[in-house]
Design a protein around this ligand. Structure first.
Ligand code: FAD
Ligand code: N01
Length: 535
C-alpha cells in the first residue's frame, strides 16, 4: 500500500494508552510528529483502566510510582496514601492525558490487529478494528507487559452457570458479592489483594491454590504531608536515587550490601523484623544475596514461614499457605490482611497443587472428583506476560516475516527496544530489558526518552530506518541469559519465564539491574548506536 492508498498517513502509530503510550505521544508532539495512539479500552490508563478488582493498588510507593519527567506535574499532583488505589492512579493518568493535551490524538475502543512493514515504501501499514488503515514511519508498541489476560483453558469453563470474572478485566460498575459463594482461582498478587475484600463481603470464599505465594505486609497508610513536602523539595535527587537502585525505586531505603550468610540468627531476625515493619518490597533488600544464593534466600523464607504460622490460626492451613519455593523467584506479593483472612470462618483454602482443577461444572470447579458449588468464579490467573500483547497482533517485518516466527523459541530483542528485521518498530519495556523487575514508570520513561533521542539522531544523520544487527541482538540475548543465570529466578515456574502459559517457550524475559542497563543503553548511543543498523 502506498501512502496515497492509506486512510491516514502518520509519522508514528503508538499502540496502547497506558503510561507508556501517553508519554510516547507527549514526546512525539515535542518532536513535531504526526502521531496517533490506538487503544483497545474505552479509556486511557492501561493497567489501571482494566484492573478494577477490589483492593487493587500499586506496590511501589505512590511518590515513586508516578512520572518524573515534568517538574510541575510532580509538584502539583497529591497522592493521598503510601500505596495509591487503582482509582487514584487512574485519576492521575486521566490528569496526565488532559494536562499534556493528549486526547485529540488518542483513538479509543479500537484494537490494532496487524502491523506490516512494507519493504517497498519503508513504512508500516497498521490495520485496526475500526477499519481505518494507517501508514506510518514508526510504530511504538506500548502494549504493556501485563495486559493480555490469561484465563486457563479448564474443561467446562464456559459452561459454568454463574458469573465469571478475570481480575484484569473487572467490570466498571463493580461486583456485589454479598450473599454469594465465590471461588477464587489463583494466589498471585491480584488474588492476594482482592481475597480479603471479597471475603469481607461474600457468604463463602473458596481459594484454589496451585502454588503457595510469598507475601509481605504493605502497612499502607495515609501519606504524611511533611514527608511529602520534604520529598517534593528535592524530588529530582530523590528520583535519581531511585533510578540508581537495581529496581528503580526505594533508593531512600536501599539494599544493604551485606550477605545474609554473614549474619547470625539474632542479626537476621532484627533485620527482617525491621523490613517487615517498614513493609513492602524493601524486604528483599535486607541482604544483597537473597536472589543470588539459595542458602541466603532460605533465611528469608524461614522468617516469612514463621510469620505465616503466627498469623494463621489453623496449623494445617498455615502449612498449606507456606511456600517451599524461593522468595522473590515469582514476584513477591505485598498484602493487607491476606494471611489473616484465612482465619475467617467463611474462607476455605483448597489445595490444587497435585490434584488440579479437573473441570468446571455448571455448578462450580471439580477437584479430585469433588464438586465445589459456587455462584461466582474469579479468575485471578494473571497474564500472558511480556510477549502476549505483542504476539496477539499480526506483526510482520522485512520480507513479511512474522514476529511470532522470530520469537518461536522465545523473545529475542536488542536492549528490549527493537527486534532485528523489524525496522522502526520499538517495544517499550520489551523482553530483554529490566521492565517488570523495576518501578515500571521509571523504565517506561527511560525507554520513551531513548526512542525519542534515537529518532532525533536518525533524522540528524539523514537516515530513514533503524534496527538491530543480528549479531548485536544475538549477543544481547546471550548477555540477558548470562545475567539471569547468576540469579535464582530460574528456580520456579513463574510468568517471568513464561511458565504460566501452556506451550510458551521457557525463557527468562526481563533483565535484572536497572542502573547497569541504563549505562549500557547510554554507552551504545555514545558509540554512535553501536549494534544498530541505520539506513
Ligand atoms: P499498560 O498499562 O498495560 O497499557 C497497555 C495498553 O495497551 C492497554 O490499555 C491495552 O488495552 C493496550 N493494548 C494492548 N494491545 C493492544 C492492541 N492490539 N490494540 C490496542 N490496544 C492495545 N508496576 C509497578 O512498577 N508498580 C506497581 O505497583 C504495579 N502494580 C501493578 C498492579 C497490577 C494489578 C498490574 C496488572 C500491574 C501492575 N504493575 C505495576 C505493572 C503495570 O502494568 C505497569 O506499572 C504500567 O502500568 C504499564 O504501563 P504500560 O503503558 O506499559 O502498559
Ligand atoms: O497473576 P500471577 P497476577 N489452576 O500470574 C494461578 C502485577 N500485579 O494477576 O503460581 C490453578 O502472579 C497461578 O498459580 P501458579 C505483578 O507484577 C501487581 O496475580 O502458576 N491456579 C497463580 O497463583 C504480578 O506478578 C499487583 O501455580 C492457576 C495465579 O493464578 C503480575 O501483575 C497486583 C491456574 C496467577 O498469578 C501478575 O499478577 C496485581 C490454574 N489452571 C498484579 N492458572 C500489586 O500488588 C493460573 N493459576 C502491585
Amino acid at each position: 500500500m502506498t501512502p496515497a492508498d492509506a486512510d491516514r498517513e502518520l509519522d508514528m502509530v503508538i499502540v496502547g494508552a497506558g503510561f507508556a503510550g501517553l508519554y510516547m505521544l507527549h514526546n512525539a508532539h515535542g518532536l513535531g510528529l504526526r502521531a496517533e495512539v490506538i487503544e483497545r479500552g474505552d479509556g486511557v490508563g492501561g493497567t489501571w483502566y482494566w484492573n478494577r478488582y477490589p483492593g487493587a493498588r500499586c506496590d511501589v510507593p505512590s511518590m515513586e510510582y508516578s512520572f518524573g519527567f515534568d517538574h510541575q506535574l510532580e509538584q502539583e499532583w497529591e497522592w493521598t496514601e503510601k500505596y495509591a488505589t487503582q482509582a487514584e492512579i487512574l485519576a492521575y493518568v486521566e490528569h496526565v492525558a488532559d494536562r499534556f493535551d493528549l486526547r485529540a490524538d488518542i483513538t479509543l475502543s479500537t484494537t490494532v490487529e496487524a502491523c506490516r512493514f512494507d519493504d517497498s515504501t519503508g513504512r508500516w501499514v497498521v490495520t485496526a478494528s475500526d477499519g481505518v488503515t494507517r501508514v506510518a514511519r514508526f510504530v511504538v508498541m506500548a502494549t504493556g507487559c501485563l495486559s493480555a489476560a490469561n484465563v486457563p483453558d479448564i474443561e467446562g469453563r464456559d459452561g459454568f452457570a454463574g458469573r465469571t470474572f478475570h481480575t484484569g478485566r473487572w467490570p466498571h460498575e463493580g461486583v456485589d458479592f454479598s450473599g454469594r459463594r465465590v471461588a477464587v482461582i489463583g494466589t498471585g498478587s491480584s488474588a492476594v489483594q482482592s481475597i480479603p475484600f471479597i471475603a469481607a463481603e461474600a457468604d463463602q470464599v473458596s481459594v484454589f491454590q496451585r502454588t503457595a505465594t510469598w507475601a509481605v505486609p504493605a502497612h499502607n497508610e495515609p501519606l504524611d504531608l511533611a514527608a511529602v513536602a520534604e520529598i517534593k523539595a528535592d524530588y529530582a535527587n530523590w528520583r535519581q536515587k531511585a533510578r540508581d537502585s537495581s529496581s528503580a525505586f526505594g533508593g531512600y531505603y536501599p539494599r544493604r550490601e551485606v550477605s545474609a550468610l554473614d549474619a547470625d540468627e539474632a542479626e537476621l531476625a532484627e533485620q527482617y523484623d525491621e523490613r517487615w515493619e517498614v513493609g513492602g518490597l524493601s524486604f528483599l533488600r535486607a541482604y544483597n544475596d537473597l536472589l543470588l544464593d539459595e542458602r541466603a534466600n532460605a533465611t528469608a523464607a524461614a522468617y516469612i514461614r514463621g510469620k505465616i504460622a503466627e498469623l494463621v490460626d489453623d496449623p494445617e492451613t498455615a502449612a498449606l499457605l507456606s511456600p517451599d519455593t524461593i522468595v522473590g523467584c515469582k514476584r513477591l506479593c505485598v498484602d493487607t490482611d491476606y494471611y489473616a483472612t484465612f482465619n475467617r470462618p467463611n474462607v476455605r483454602l483448597i489445595d490444587v497443587s497435585s490434584d488440579p482443577i479437573e473441570r468446571i461444572d455448571a455448578a462450580g470447579p471439580v477437584v479430585g472428583g469433588m464438586l465445589h458449588e459456587v455462584d461466582d468464579i474469579v479468575f485471578a490467573t494473571g497474564f500472558d506476560a511480556m510477549t502476549g500483547a505483542l504476539e496477539r497482533i499480526a506483526i510482520e517485518g522485512r520480507g513479511g516475516r512474522p514476529l511470532r516466527d522470530a520469537w518461536s523459541a522465545g523473545p529475542v530483542t536488542y536492549l528490549g527496544l527493537q527486534v532485528a528485521g523489524f525496522p522502526n518498530l520499538f517495544t517499550i519495556t520489551g523482553p530483554g530489558s529490566p521492565s517488570v523487575l523495576t518501578n515500571m514508570i521509571a523504565s517506561i520513561e527511560q525507554h520513551v526518552e531513548w526512542i525519542t533521542d534515537a529518532i532525533v539522531a536518525l533524522d540528524a544523520g539523514g537516515f530513514r530506518t533503524i534496527e538491530p544487527a543480528d549479531e548485536a541482538q544475538d549477543r544481547w540475548v546471550g548477555y540477558v541469559n548470562e545475567i539471569a543465570n547468576h540469579t535464582l529466578f530460574h528456580g520456579c515456574s513463574s510468568w517471568y519465564l513464561g511458565a504460566n502459559v501452556p506451550g510458551k517457550p521457557r525463557v527468562f524475559m526481563p533483565l535484572p539491574g536497572f542502573p547497569e542497563y541504563r549505562a549500557v543503553c547510554e554507552q551504545i548511543v555514545a558509540d554512535d548506536y553501536r549494534g544498530f543498523v541505520r539506513n
